[in-house]
Design a protein around this ligand. Structure first.
Ligand code: NIG
Ligand code: FE
Length: 414
């Protein structure tokens, strides 16, 4: 049994609780100076000042890490990614630089459809290999749990293949992978102009198998003008819910369609993107305890205005931050970039951003009872930062501060 003790951390900074933290509480971290953490069998046994911990626990029974001059924060939970895919789309990035919009490229037959073709022609092993490497990259940024979506197969076999790859990655890679079925990511060529027929197909031919084989915990849809309508999103997600799945929604990213309102109506775990969410929609998310998951790296890459994080927090929402890592709109999983964007442009405090990337990310995956904070009884997913305070997550601008990563009590990155 691994027994690990971290001592003399300049600072341990963590949100607290077993559920999402909303509104002004997002700014309230527990901060311990000269702190220590005791870990047994992957679970946190004690957290407190080093002096107190060393009185109560015999350090000779533990492997001890001296964290002098370092700070400790919870492992990051990236609760929205599309990290399993074939092929790349650098040409589209260049087209956007020369003025074309994301939707114009998609309407011209590029975009998601491009990655669908490349993913369909990739083998299971190829997707597994590239997925594994991307998890390693995320781990280096301190991500200890990641959500991944299907949605680049858009037919029965290839959606199942993508979900199978994530299942195998979850079993073999130290980072935990939570899977989401996003068959409703786009309407594939075979169903062009027959959007509702495609949703019928997902409901009859794919969703029941995903649910019964437990291939995904969540069902999601890209609810957007010209992609999946509000009514089709509602139909699909209501069916998924009836089959016992939890829900997420790509909501109000490019046009204000009422996606936030729909996520609240259906009791989704999260509504994601929300650049264009209405005031009513924001109010509904707060009332219905739906986590508002914001993806500022996507807004940055698409050169769009950021989601109104300040307004959301001030109206009582629980905000999470995530990367949206995908080959089209946002080919980066850079946690430090996201911290900088959130604090500099979205006016979140560093404490709010830390809460958003840890406990609230965990809540967006219904895991806030197990991960997302440094508290007794939680899984020991922790980061040792190279600097003595969590404020360096922004002050050391857009540069990775993570030194060591501990996952379930084991050092998995040195
Ligand atoms: O969340 N918006 C839809 N899906 C992704 C983009 C996927 C892609 O372009 O491949 C997103 O930004
Ligand atoms: Fe996305």
């Amino acid at each position: 049994m691994t027994k690990l003790m971290l001592v003399h951390a300049a600072e341990i900074a963590t949100p607290t609780g077993k559920e999402a933290v909303s509104g002004s509480a997002m700014n309230q971290l527990q901060v311990i100076h000269d702190g220590a953490v005791v870990i047994e069998a992957g679970i946190i046994q004690a957290v407190g000042p080093t002096e107190t911990i060393l009185k109560n626990y015999d350090s000779s029974q533990y492997s001890v890490i001296d964290a002098t001059n370092q700070s400790i924060v919870p492992g990051f939970v990236d609760s929205h990614t599309h990290f399993v895919f074939g092929g790349y789309r650098p040409d589209e990035f260049l087209m956007r630089l020369s003025g074309k919009s994301y939707m114009e490229i998609m309407e011209a037959g590029g975009g998601i459809e491009n990655t669908v073709q490349a993913t369909r022609s990739s083998s299971f092993d190829e997707l597994y290999q590239s997925g594994f490497e991307r998890l390693d990259e995320m781990l280096a940024f301190g991500v200890t749990t990641v959500e991944g979506k299907s949605g680049y197969g858009l037919d029965h076999d290839n959606e199942i293949k993508q979900l199978g790859v994530m299942q195998k990655l979850n079993a073999s890679h130290p980072v935990d992978v939570v899977s989401t079925f996003l068959g409703a990511h786009a309407v594939p060529r075979e169903f062009a102009g027959r959007n509702s027929d495609y949703i019928d197909f997902l409901i009859s031919d794919v969703l029941p198998e995903v649910a019964s084989q437990k291939l995904a915990d969540y069902c999601d849809a890209f609810c957007e003008k010209g992609v999946i309508s509000i009514d089709d999103s509602r139909r699909l997600l209501a069916k998924a819910k009836a089959l016992g799945m939890r829900l997420k929604l790509h909501a109000d990213e490019i046009e204000q369609l009422g996606g936030a309102e729909l996520a609240a109506e259906l009791g989704a775990a999260s509504a994601d993107h929300l650049l264009e969410a209405s005031d009513t929609g924001i109010g509904r998310l707060a009332e219905a305890d739906v986590v508002a998951t914001l993806l500022p790296a996507t807004a940055f890459c698409l050169n769009k205005p950021y989601a109104p994080a300040r307004k959301m927090i001030d109206q009582g929402c629980a905000v999470a931050l995530a990367s949206d890592l995908n080959p089209g709109s946002c080919f980066t999983g850079s946690v430090p970039l996201i911290f900088s964007l959130a604090c500099i442009y979205m006016k979140m405090s560093v404490a709010e951003a830390l809460t958003a990337f840890t406990l609230n990310g965990a809540a967006a995956l219904n895991r806030a009872d197990r991960i997302g904070s440094i508290e007794v009884g939680k899984e020991a997913d922790l980061l040792l930062l190279k600097y003595p305070s969590y404020s360096y997550l922004v002050y050391k601008t857009a540069v990775n501060c993570v030194d060591r990563v501990i996952k379930k009590g084991k050092v998995i990155k040195n």
